[in-house]
Write a protein that binds this ligand. Structure first.
Ligand code: URA
Ligand code: SF4
Length: 217
């Protein structure tokens, strides 16, 4: 499907000699796609700048958009618990999203309703993620959910088909020091949506994160 929105992509806003603080500042000027318009701010990744493990989600949610930090809302609490249960210390990870501005439409009570980003938004935003990964140089990357999976492996990627297994870094994604492995799992918000099967969904997320912990060890 096409639409008539202009999306030049983020590259021209990415600083020539980036550092993580410079990326964070420059992100606020990005006009690489239209998502900046309805968001409070761009949300750059957070965490250990030398982390061995990078966790990648989809995009900031309502709470993250206000706080300016990834995974500080309900999904973030699930993720924190799951990391702890998998034996991964939070200060050892770098956490980010494949899209840096919150995409939403309409209200549910006081909360804005999240809309998944389109592939075109993910593609427009990619220079920010590539710049972060070039600086952090993680050994391993955990993809949280289908949007992050598609961002790396393309539109046919399905989490269910390969979750919890070691994957290779995609060849068409050049970084100077590619991560040694990638592991996909479900998004923590899927645990929140799982209703009757919430415990099973949570346990499966923890099991996948344990595989990641084992690959790091
Ligand atoms: N969901 C995400 O994918 N990322 C966040 O930062 C918060 C919720
Ligand atoms: Fe730029 Fe990404 Fe925000 Fe679009 S979503 S304006 S590409 S930072």
């Amino acid at each position: 499907m096409t639409d008539d929105v202009e999306r030049p992509g983020a590259q021209e806003w990415v600083p020539d000699r980036p550092t993580l603080p410079r990326l964070r500042a420059a992100l606020q000027e990005c006009r690489g796609c239209e998502l900046y318009r309805d968001a409070t701010q761009g949300v750059m990744g957070e965490g250990d700048p030398g982390a061995e493990l990078a966790l990648l989600g989809e995009q900031p949610g309502d709470r993250e958009d206000q706080a300016g930090e990834p995974f500080v809302g309900p999904a973030g609490r699930v993720l924190d618990d799951a990391l702890a249960d998998a034996g991964i210390a939070p200060e050892r990870v770098y956490t980010s999203n494949v899209v840096k501005h919150f995409r939403w439409s309409g209200m549910r009570g006081k909360r804005r309703i999240h809309q998944s980003p389109k592939q075109a938004h993910v593609a427009a935003c990619r220079p920010w993620l590539d710049a972060e990964l070039r600086l952090v140089r993680p050994t391993g990357v955990v993809l949280l959910g289908g949007t992050a999976g598609k961002a790396l492996y393309g539109p046919s990627f399905k989490v269910g088909a390969c979750r919890g297994r070691r994957l290779d870094w995609p060849e068409d994604r050049p970084v100077e020091v590619p991560p040694q492995w990638v592991l996909a799992t479900t998004h923590p918000s899927a645990v929140l949506r799982a209703r009757g099967e919430r415990q099973e969904a949570y346990d499966a997320l923890v099991a996948d994160l344990r595989v990641a912990a084992g690959l790091l060890a």
